[in-house]
Design a protein around this ligand. Structure first.
Ligand code: GLV
Length: 304
């Protein structure tokens, strides 16, 4: 039997009505992390059987609402792990060594002589890296940190086995100790009610004034206004951000701060990885519509 699938365009919340109108009568929806898939959309798509998200994170989808309606949800884990870890490390390096600021300085024609204290930053090699969330991406960042001879601390509500900790060379610590001791804090947790504003004013106050915060997870994991204040008043030294609390909007203060290195949600954006993500989403969709178990099902209980 012929099935119809809607492949969403890259649209944001305000276009949700448009998506609701277009999904009616479709069997499948291939969507992106910017599409909000909630009960009203699911109810308007009566025959919908599969929602295939082209992303590893699926906080944009109300999975329990989909499960209640018997709809399969899938994502694209694994293929973007190293590409995302590369970008996280690029932000660690770039924010620590003030690369955005240095490039703006040079392009503005201000480089008229070498100076001993020109744009001095913070060493990455040998520093302490604090990792929040030691899943696939957190582990890939840890491996990169090891190459820079960093001390690796991590916090995760689920502690890894001793073998994994030993193989990665990571030490488990409380959230508070990671924040207090780390020179670089990098976030790799999923966005859930528990991780919303995981980093807020109190957490920022625990960090060293020389510390750098890097976020490639989801914007709302960080209280962006509190971060902007901390960066402005010297509470912490710098931040490297790929994601934003109200994406695509960026807190206006961050746009003016030299010590905020900000990029537009590109962590998985290599040609090869984005291509693999699209293929994976298509494979998940085809399997689901053919009545097979999709390789990357998020809500397997829906098949029970
Ligand atoms: C990107 O942010 C993803 O979740 O794949």
């Amino acid at each position: 039997m012929r099935r119809t699938v809607l492949i969403s365009k890259h649209i944001y919340q305000e276009a949700v009505d448009q998506l609701i109108a277009r999904v009616a009568g479709k069997d499948g929806l291939v969507c992106q992390l910017t599409d909000r898939i909630g009960p009203s959309l699911l109810d308007s798509a009566k025959g919908l059987r599969v929602v295939s998200n082209v992303a590893v994170g699926f906080d944009n989808i109300d999975v329990s609402a989909a499960t209640q309606r018997g709809i399969i949800v899938t994502n694209t884990p694994g293929v973007l792990t190293d590409t995302t870890a590369d970008l996280a490390f690029a932000l660690i390096l770039g924010a620590g060594r003030r690369l955005g600021e240095a490039e703006r300085y040079l392009r503005a024609g201000r480089f008229n002589q070498w100076r001993i204290n020109l744009l001095t930053g913070w060493d990455i090699w040998g520093a302490t890296l604090g990792i929040f969330g030691l899943g696939r991406i957190g582990q890939a960042v840890a491996r990169r940190g090891r190459g820079f001879n960093m001390r690796l601390l991590y916090y995760d509500p689920y502690r890894q086995s001793e073998e994994v900790e030993r193989a990665l060379g990571v030490e488990y610590a409380s959230k508070r100790e990671v924040l207090r001791q780390a020179d670089f804090v990098t976030l790799h947790c999923a966005l859930t009610p528990d991780t919303h504003h995981l980093i807020g004013p109190e957490e920022l106050a625990l960090m060293k004034p020389t510390a750098v915060l890097v976020n490639t997870s989801r914007g709302p994991v960080v209280d962006e206004a509190a971060l902007a204040d901390a960066l402005q008043c010297g509470g912490i030294a710098a931040a490297g951000l790929d994601v934003f609390e109200h994406e695509p909007a960026v807190h206006p203060k961050l746009l003016t701060l030299e010590n905020a290195l900000i990029v537009p949600h590109i962590a998985s954006a290599s040609v090869a990885t984005r291509t693999r993500m699209c293929c994976m989403a298509a494979e998940n969709m085809i399997a689901g519509l053919q009545g097979q178990r999709p390789p990357n099902i998020v809500n397997p209980e829906v098949l029970d």
